[in-house]
Design a protein around this ligand. Structure first.
Ligand code: NI
Length: 170
């Protein structure tokens, strides 16, 4: 396993649309394992392949309290969404230190393939529902700050560019 570097907003590669995984083979399982390691190392609750510059429909999540229940979703598709919406606070490993409220479907049912290539369905609510919608947005090239006002997004963009520059200076 290996930790992978995470793209930071406003890196244009975060706007790439991921393609479906044709075959859940050893390369994909390695990607899954690396995503899980990278997510845990950065204390995230979810990570999409897009964020490590791999543009295939793979996400990993762990919204459990003990962070010991990794969930792998390959080619995820939302098959049911509640009419009810919920406003929740979100953050993103590609936009570190920024948290803001986004409205999402309160509940979603997702069909995906697991690490073993077998299909399964996930009924998500609460944080898991927020997380799966957030991560699936990444696969479409969308970052959560794009739901915020132009003013907020511009401020975040400026802050992230400065943060990256400061870190590179060391
Ligand atoms: Ni994110």
């Amino acid at each position: 396993m290996a930790q992978l570097p995470i793209l930071r907003y406003p890196d244009p590669r975060l706007h790439t649309v991921a393609r479906p995984v044709a075959d859940v083979n050893e390369r994909i399982r390695q990607l899954v394992d690396d995503l899980i390691e990278t997510m845990y190392a950065n204390e995230g609750v979810g990570l999409a392949a897009t964020q490590v510059d791999v543009h295939e429909r793979v996400i990993v999540m762990d919204t459990s309290e003990a962070h010991d229940q990794p969930l792998v979703l390959i080619n995820p598709e939302i098959i049911e969404r509640s009419a009810e919406l919920a406003l929740g606070e979100e953050g993103c490993l590609s936009v570190p230190t920024i948290y803001d409220k986004v409205e999402r479907h309160a509940r979603v049912t997702v069909r995906a393939l697991g690490r073993d290539g077998q299909p399964f369905e996930l009924q998500a609510e609460g944080l898991t529902s927020v997380c799966v919608q957030h991560e699936m947005d990444h696969l479409l090239g969308k970052v959560f700050v794009e739901y915020l006002s132009n003013l907020k997004r511009d401020r975040i963009r400026t802050k992230m560019i400065k943060k990256t520059r400061d870190e590179q200076r060391g």
